[in-house]
Design a protein around this ligand. Structure first.
Ligand SMILES: O=C(O)[C@H](CS(=O)(=O)O)OP(=O)(O)O
Ligand SMILES: [Mg+2]
Length: 229
């Protein structure tokens, strides 16, 4: 399996298989939303689209990054989400990087969304599918976000079958600009517990895949052989 690591702006073709990585925090938040019972996550193109969807579907939960805002029910924080009851609900998510990265590869035949919390499940899907090449979308900081690159490289190594120690990858992610800013409370709508939650390797047994459904990009749990979805 050949792996390439690209920022969103570097995507010039439609990949066959794409893994969209946003450790801090969109993909970690998405995984927690599923763990808290969400049925699906609609990835919105814009804040306006998110609010329009919420207005048309009042039972849905709208989520954005940054500070809490009128019309939105949730912020992009795993720590603040982990006590939410989202049983059976649809979440609409709009963030600066993660949701944008997923939408940028919506025409790929397989779009997985990942962070450390679903690393092995994601790698396992790749091992099973065994594509000739995988495009890792490093969503943060124009493809240079160290937490996303480290996680992408870790998943690629695991997908290659190597027995890979997570420690050095986690050290890089923990020293990233995003981790520092989240720890210092520079980023709004956050908790001091967000960084450790984003660095929990294999916290969840499921992978996450996004597909276009009725013109919306919808993220769902993706069954992993040998694990409950
Ligand atoms: O919410 C996040 O972690 C970031 C944006 S910021 O940290 O609020 O500036 O968005 P994401 O798309 O999850 O990287
Ligand atoms: Mg990010």
């Amino acid at each position: 399996m050949k792996a390439r690591f690209l920022g969103i702006a570097e995507l010039t073709d439609v990949p066959d298989v794409a893994v969209v990585v946003d450790v801090m925090r969109a993909c970690t938040v998405a995984a927690w939303a599923f763990a808290r019972g969400a049925e699906r996550i609609v990835l919105a193109e814009s804040l306006k689209d998110a609010l329009d969807l919420k207005a048309r579907h009042p039972a849905w939960a709208a989520l954005k990054d940054g500070p809490p805002a009128p019309g939105f029910d949730l912020v992009n924080s795993p720590a603040l989400l982990r006590t939410a009851d989202l049983g059976g609900r649809t979440v609409v998510q709009k963030t600066t990087a993660g949701t944008v990265g997923a939408l940028a590869v919506k025409d790929a035949s397989l779009v997985l969304c990942a962070g450390f919390v679903v690393a092995e499940a994601t790698a396992r899907v790749l091992r099973e599918r065994a594509p000739r090449s995988v495009t890792f979308v490093v969503t943060g900081e124009d493809g240079r976000a160290e937490e996303d690159l480290a996680c992408a490289e870790y998943i690629a190594a695991r997908a290659g079958g190597a027995g890979t120690d997570a420690a050095e990858f986690l050290r890089r992610a923990g020293a990233s600009r995003a981790a520092v800013e989240l720890t210092q409370g520079v980023r709004r709508g956050s908790s001091p517990e967000d960084v450790p939650l984003c660095l929990e390797v294999d916290r969840f047994p499921f992978a996450m895949a996004a597909t276009v459904e009725d013109s919306l990009m919808v993220l769902r749990r993706y069954p992993v052989p040998g694990h409950p979805a």
